[in-house]
Ligand binder design. Structure first.
Ligand SMILES: O=C(O)CCC(=O)C(=O)O
Ligand SMILES: [Fe+2]
Length: 323
């Protein structure tokens, strides 16, 4: 039988009793120890809001390249705004010398933050960076902020469920994520007019860096795949009405490898797929406060990783993946 990732209905856990939350947490634990990926239903995010952002993204990415490039910071190290085809190669974060990924993306973070040195001081400025919205389409920023707010609500619930699943205090993560540095990327995979280079994919095999990623995609040709423990690549359904959640490196470290930050990639469409192969995915990379110390939850002497600061780890990954 073809393997797939678990589908978990969150509805009973959102606002449910402790017993209901524990039942959902057990399913999360099973998925995260095995494949590190699962699909959620019953998430409570209004479909109109997802559709609105997907619509704006489609209009933006189908604008002429010169116009899109105006939303691109000149400094390649600034993680905001538009990035053109081949700007980075995700596989390089895992030490693979792959060519640039066949995707464009738009990178953004929260719109506002308190006037407090944590955010505005020399360190904070590296993570709390003004967004760089394009002139068109009108309403893009508003749709993105509304979506971002829904993802914040969802991740707060998810991290409580994660703690329950791990058998630690339900609020363990609360003070590590209350000033989180989550950024989002809207990925655009254009239809491919010319054959890819050898080893070039829409997104090369990689792991994500943070706690967890919440992805909204679509099932056009050339989609997401994850590697099973047996070493096979399996296709993942990415329907716009659901979200795919996967564990990132920091949560794998925090759990001392109990949960897996698994390798995934986005493959090329078949050569004859034509314009129907255009694909958009929206990724929310949930990342703790920049000064959160990620220390393995493990008995003394059994930690598999040295402690790492959330912000430093993310910066390292951004540097490694730039082409
Ligand atoms: O587009 C997708 O389905 C996945 C993208 C991804 O893995 C990423 O941006 O980290
Ligand atoms: Fe990813």
């Amino acid at each position: 039988m073809k393997q797939t990732i678990p589908v978990i209905d969150l509805a009973p856990a959102l606002g449910g009793s402790r017993a209901e939350r524990l039942a959902v947490a057990r399913r999360i634990e099973a998925a995260c120890t095995d494949i590190g990926f699962f699909t959620i239903r019953g998430h409570g995010v209004p479909l109109e809001l997802i559709d609105a952002l997907r619509g704006h993204a489609s209009r933006f990415f189908n604008l002429p390249l010169e116009e899109k490039l105006r939303a691109s910071p000149a400094d390649p190290s600034v993680p905001r705004g538009y990035r053109a085809l081949g700007f980075d190669a995700l596989a390089r974060g895992n030490a693979d010398r792959a060519p640039g990924d066949l995707k464009e993306y738009y990178h953004f973070g929260r719109e506002t933050w308190p006037d407090d040195p944590y955010y505005t001081g020399p360190e904070g400025q590296a993570y709390f960076i003004p967004n760089r919205w394009p002139e068109r389409p009108a309403g893009f920023a508003a749709a993105a902020s509304a979506y971002y707010a829904q993802m914040e609500r969802l991740t707060a619930s998810m991290m409580e469920l994660a703690a329950l699943a791990l058998g630690i205090d339900e609020h363990f993560f609360a003070d590590k994520i209350d000033r989180h540095i989550t950024a989002m990327r809207i990925n655009f995979y254009p239809a491919q007019q010319t054959p890819p280079e050898a080893g070039q994919l829409r997104a090369g095999a990689h792991t994500d860096y943070g706690l967890l990623t919440i992805l909204n995609g679509e099932n056009t040709p050339g989609g997401l795949q994850v590697r099973t423990r047996a070493g096979d690549w399996i296709d993942i359904e990415t329907d716009p009405g659901t979200f795919v959640i996967n564990i990132g490196d920091l949560l794998m470290r925090w759990t001392n490898d109990r949960w897996v930050s698994n390798v995934h990639r986005v493959v090329n469409p078949p050569a004859d797929a034509g314009p129907a192969a255009q694909r958009i995915s929206i990724a929310f990379f949930h990342h703790p406060n920049y000064d959160a110390l990620v220390e393995c939850i493990a008995p003394p002497g059994q930690a598999k990783y040295p402690p790492v600061l959330s912000g430093e780890y993310r910066d390292l990954k951004y540097r490694q993946t730039r082409v």
